[in-house]
Write a protein that binds this ligand. Structure first.
Ligand code: C2E
Ligand code: MG
Ligand code: MG
Ligand code: MG
Length: 281
């Protein structure tokens, strides 16, 4: 009996696995189609300067809009795009679209905004990343100083020396570099003093508990103090409440991002708000 059960359990697992594998294959095919069919869209979420209270930038966040279906958040397809390598062309599309939007806002007379773009591990590892970025900046005519790249700690885990070289190359034309989801990765803190980084983005998991969790308060306060000591700027992600904001303000956080200010939204929907809330040109 045990043997029989063992075998059926095994069969159950392989069936489950092949269903999962099949779903992934279907998803991969759909994503490839989505890229050529133009089904991806970018939403933009304001980045707020703590001193002026004004928007000084936006983060570009990709979404998938299959025709006639609900919009799909990036958590549902970025991991598959990353595994299949589709993230490289998708990431380039994101970069070009975001930079073109940044340029369009300059041309339309908006106050200067930094355009923050997320990079994936695969993109960061690709040989020609710096050239792709350079080409996109030339094509879209967005000044390099208006582009900020968001990286994650996991990108630096392997090949630290090579990562430093990559970062220096990326930074050379004046692009700014931020560490996204700071505090959730496994990297050693030594990279903070050795890597040419401009900004830390405190992960929203620490911001969430600011009103009530003493540990989150301690972690957020420590990251802000450390950033100041290292002369890095620091942004808090996922700011949703006035209490969280009060804590961050009291501790000298430089920038905020979160639903309290604005949700990620299509460019057109954001424009009226940006006219009211961005710095004077
Ligand atoms: P992220 O880069 O850390 O982006 C911030 C996420 O937090 C976004 O989720 C945003 O909608 C959400 N958020 C902002 N304010 C709040 C808030 O007040 N409360 C809460 N609960 N959430 C808030 P989203 O758009 O679903 O993106 C999730 C992740 O997907 C991003 O995290 C990023 O890692 C990845 N992603 C998004 N767009 C791209 C992209 O173009 N390329 C790559 N490689 N990854 C991307
Ligand atoms: Mg980000
Ligand atoms: Mg983040
Ligand atoms: Mg995050």
């Amino acid at each position: 009996l045990a043997k029989k059960e063992g075998r059926s359990t095994y069969r159950y697992h392989t069936e489950a696995l092949s269903i999962a594998a099949n779903e992934r294959l279907v998803m991969e095919t759909r994503l490839r189609h989505a890229l050529t069919a133009g089904e991806f869209v970018l939403h933009y979420q304001p980045l707020i300067d703590a001193h002026s209270g004004r928007a000084v930038g936006v983060e570009a966040l990709v979404r998938w809009q299959p025709p006639g279906e609900a919009i799909v958040p990036p958590g549902k397809f970025i991991p598959i795009a990353e595994e299949t390598g589709l993230i490289v062309p998708l990431g380039e599309w994101v970069l070009r679209t975001a930079c073109a939007q940044g340029r369009a806002w300059i041309d339309a007379g908006f106050a200067p905004l930094v355009m923050a773009v997320n990079l994936s591990v695969r993109q960061f590892q690709s040989e020609n990343l710096a050239e792709v970025i350079q080409r996109v900046l030339e094509e879209t005519k967005l000044p390099a100083a208006c582009l900020e790249l968001e990286l994650t700690e996991s990108m630096f885990m392997e090949h630290a020396e090579r990562s430093i070289d990559t970062l220096k190359t990326l930074k050379a034309p004046g692009i700014q570099l931020a560490i996204d989801d700071f505090g959730t990765g496994y990297s050693s803190l030594t990279y903070l003093k050795r890597f040419p980084i401009d900004k830390l983005k405190i992960d929203q998991s620490f911001v969430r508990g600011l009103a009530h969790d003493p540990n989150d308060r301690e972690i957020a306060a420590t990251i802000i103090a450390m950033a100041r000591g290292l002369k890095l700027s620091v942004l808090a992600e996922g700011v949703e409440s006035e209490q969280q904001l009060a804590f961050l303000r009291q501790h000298g956080c430089d920038y905020y991002q979160g639903f309290l200010f604005h949700r990620p939204a299509p460019a057109k929907e954001l424009e009226a708000w940006l006219r009211e809330h961005s710095a004077q040109p």
